[in-house]
Structure formats: structure tokens, C-alpha cells
Design a protein around this ligand. Structure first.
Ligand SMILES: NC(=O)c1ccc[n+]([C@@H]2O[C@H](COP(=O)([O-])OP(=O)(O)OC[C@H]3O[C@@H](n4cnc5c(N)ncnc54)[C@H](O)[C@@H]3O)[C@@H](O)[C@H]2O)c1
Length: 393
């Protein structure tokens, strides 16, 4: 094993890249050496901070001989082409969630990774959060017995943050399922072993101005008998982060005076002005995210096991056992270091991640199944699931 940093290229210097910046700036195990971005000012901002090469296309980045792995952070609907170009160029890939929009694209990506012998990691997603990993270790340790039931819920203002037009069109991957639901699905699947059998769900599309799903509730049955409820609203006025010690999704304390800020900022904007507003949150233009004082999280999650209930919090896991209750701290380090762990393991040690292409495809299948169940009013069976060892069903 070499201790050289992984030489990483980045495709897409937008909001997702901004959220990875604290990691890239602090983790010495990765070095950003190239980027692909259509806008010259983004490439210039990248060169000014990281040096390296700016490419106009992902295809050019994919053939850059110095690059070992590529972080694909372009819009969902481009993931398949960009990931396949990177894999064909011989690079390992970290692709931001969701893996893709269509299951056909997901199949193509998983097949291309297999054929080229490169690793495909789907992340970051909140299943990488340290408290989730800690809860999983507690479950695997066996002291608390089997996971029987999981509740996950999150109330946010997601639908009222500035969006590109396609982010409000379900068929192009818009709405809360593909961008937000997939986080919650990843977390719950990790706690329940990964293999969902079926789902019954309802969705809400309640704002005609933003005509896509902004909310859902789903009941998921897993192999082995565990079941889970997943509830999400991106229309929320009540903010469920009050149940997470007032810590926001990215691990920073929430400012109570910012209540209603997202809706206020959108008032009176047409779609073009809204898309422009979104670019003010991207690399080279937007302010850095507030520094994290806790781990990231995706809202309240409670896993009920035979002999203890595990409550996931931004600094660890509260364990309520038969006769005692205690808190297991998850030590704070470089934000999203767990994503770099997976990347380094894959690139340097040829170790497949839990959140592989097949894992991401299984979470995507659940997103589609939730939409299909809501449309038909029937439970939907799942056929492309993958467990934490990479075994598929
Ligand atoms: N994990 C997270 O915390 C998180 C947060 C936000 C977004 N995301 C994911 O990241 C992805 C991007 O979303 P976003 O909100 O950052 O969008 P965005 O619009 O802010 O960023 C996308 C970027 O891709 C660039 N781009 C477009 N076409 C390109 C091309 N052909 N080649 C290279 N770059 C190109 C755009 O210029 C833009 O900078 C989505 O899949 C989203 O789900 C993840």
C-alpha cells in the first residue's frame, strides 16, 4: 500500500462540490489535481485554489493520465454518461447520490464498473455519517439483538431552496425522492441489512407552482423480518432539526433567526432568476458552508432492536437498553472522512465499498418503487437489492 494521496479529478463544481470542500481542504489522503466544468470562472476558481488542470468536458478529464479517480458531482441526469466515461478512461469513481435517475442507466453504470474492473462508490450520502456507521457497528456487535423496526423522519424546506428547472420535474430526477429520499433510504437500508423486499407508500405533490413530489411516507419490509417507516417533507414549516439538538443537516448549529429564509428568498423569482440564484451557492461564487461542530445527519432516526433502542444524534448514538441508558459518542474529525476512507480503500487497497454501484442501484430502485406504489395504491416488490457485503438479490 502506498501512502501517496489519491489524485482526484472533479466533474462539476456546483453546490455538491462546495459541500465536499471542507473534506478536500483538510484530508491529506486526497489531492485535487484536475476538474471539468463548463463555466470558465469555475475552472479559474479551481486553478486559483488547487492548481492542476481545468478541462471543459468530463470526457477530457476522464482521459487525463495523472488522474486516478473522479468525483462526479454533475446533475443527476448526467451521472450515467459522466461515470461511464470516467470508468472507460480507467478511473475509479465516486459519484454523488443518487447513482442515476433511471434504472436502465443504473444497470449500465454497474455493468461498466464490472467490465472495466474499476470501483464505483456512491456518495457522499448520509449513510456515511459517523453516527450511522456507529449504529451499524452496534447492531453488528450483536449485544442488542436483531433490528426489528426503524423510524426515520425529516421535515425540511428542501422544495423552497433555489432549484434548476429540471429539479422540479420528477421524470428528470426532480422532487424529493431522488435528491433527499435516497439519503433516508440509504441510512435505513444500512441499519436493516440492505435487502428490501417490498414497499407501500404515499407521496404528496401539494404545490402547483413546484409540480413534483415534495413529501412521502413509506413502509418498507426487509429480508429477515425488520420493517421501517420513512417520512419526509420538503414543504415543512416545522423543522425536525429541533429534535436533533438544533444542529442542521451539515453538522452546524441552526440559526433560529433564519426561520423562513428559503421561502422569502424565492418570493417573486421566475425560473431563470431562481436558477441564477442557485449558481450563487456554487464554487467560486458562494460562501463556504458554516463550519461543522457536529456530525452531519438526516433527521431523527430510531432503530428498535430486541434489547435496546438506538437513537441516532449529531454527536453519536443514544442507547436505551433493558435496564440502563447511555450515550456512545462518535468522535469528530475531518468532515466526511468516511467517504475518503471508502475512496482510499478502493483505490489503494482494491477493497469494495458498502456503498457500491449495486448498493446505489438498490436505493434508486426503492425511490422508483415509492413513486410506483403511490401511483398504483399497491405494494411494490423489489428485485435489485444489495446487502452490506455486496450480495445482490
Ligand atoms: N451529498 C450531498 O450533500 C449533495 C448535496 C447537493 C447536491 N448533491 C448531488 O450533487 C449533484 C449535483 O447537484 P448540485 O446541487 O451540486 O447542482 P449544481 O447545479 O449546483 O452543480 C452542478 C454543476 O455541474 C456543472 N455541470 C453541468 N454540466 C456539466 C458538464 N457537462 N460537465 C461538467 N460539469 C457540468 C454545472 O456547471 C454545475 O456547477 C446532484 O446529483 C445532487 O444530488 C449532493
Amino acid at each position: 500500500m502506498t501512502s501517496e494521496p489519491v489524485r482526484l479529478g472533479v466533474a462539476g463544481l456546483g453546490r455538491a462540490f462546495m459541500l465536499m470542500l471542507p473534506t478536500f481542504r483538510q484530508d491529506p489522503r486526497v489531492r485535487l489535481i484536475a476538474a471539468a466544468a463548463p463555466r470558465a470562472e469555475s475552472r479559474e476558481a479551481f486553478a486559483a485554489e488547487f492548481g492542476g488542470r481545468g478541462h471543459e468536458t468530463v470526457e477530457a478529464l476522464a482521459t487525463d493520465p495523472e488522474v486516478e479517480a473522479i468525483y462526479v458531482a454533475t446533475p443527476h441526469q448526467m451521472h450515467a454518461d459522466h461515470v461511464c466515461a470516467a470508468l472507460e478512461g480507467g478511473k475509479h469513481v465516486l459519484v454523488d447520490k443518487p447513482l442515476a435517475v433511471s434504472m436502465a442507466d443504473a444497470d449500465r453504470m454497474v455493468d461498466t464498473a464490472e467490465r472495466t474492473g474499476r470501483h464505483l462508490i456512491v456518495g457522499p450520502s448520509h449513510s456515511f455519517d459517523a453516527p450511522v456507521a456507529l449504529a451499524r457497528r452496534l447492531v453488528e456487535g450483536g449485544d442488542h439483538g436483531a433490528v426489528r423496526m426503524v423510524q426515520a423522519l425529516n421535515y425540511t424546506d428542501f422544495l423552497y431552496r433555489p432549484r434548476r428547472p429540471e429539479e422540479l420535474r420528477t421524470e428528470e430526477g426532480g422532487g424529493v425522492l431522488f435528491s433527499q429520499g435516497v439519503h433516508q433510504i440509504d441510512v435505513v437500508r444500512l441499519l436493516c441489512g440492505g435487502l428490501a423486499r417490498s414497499v407501500f407508500a404515499m407521496t404528496g405533490a401539494w404545490d402547483p407552482e413546484r409540480p413534483t413530489e415534495g413529501a412521502y411516507s413509506a413502509l418498507v419490509a426487509f429480508e429477515g423480518g425488520a420493517f421501517a417507516t420513512l417520512t419526509y417533507s420538503g414543504y415543512a414549516h416545522f423543522d425536525s432539526d429541533v429534535w436533533m439538538d438544533g444542529v442542521g443537516e451539515l453538522g452546524a448549529p441552526k440559526d433560529p433567526t433564519a426561520y423562513g429564509k428559503a421561502r422569502k428568498a424565492l418570493a417573486g423569482l421566475d425560473p431563470e432568476a431562481e436558477a441564477r440564484l442557485k449558481t450563487t451557492r456554487t464554487f467560486g461564487q458562494g460562501a463556504d458552508p458554516a463550519p461543522a461542530t457536529h456530525h452531519e445527519h438526516f433527521g431523527p432516526v430510531i432503530a428498535l432492536c430486541d434489547r435496546a433502542d438506538l437513537r441516532l444524534m449529531p454527536s453519536g448514538v443514544e442507547v436505551s437498553a433493558d435496564t440502563e441508558r447511555w450515550f456512545e459518542e462518535a468522535p469528530l474529525g475531518v468532515p466526511r472522512a468516511e467517504v475518503v476512507d471508502a475512496l482510499v480503500d478502493a483505490v489503494r487497497e482494491d477493497r469494495a465499498p458498502v456503498q457500491s454501484g449495486a448498493w446505489g442501484r438498490a436505493s434508486l430502485e426503492l425511490c422508483h418503487a415509492i413513486l410506483a406504489s403511490a401511483e398504483t395504491g399497491q405494494p411494490v416488490a423489489l428485485h435489485k437489492q444489495s446487502d452490506t457485503e455486496g450480495r445482490t438479490r
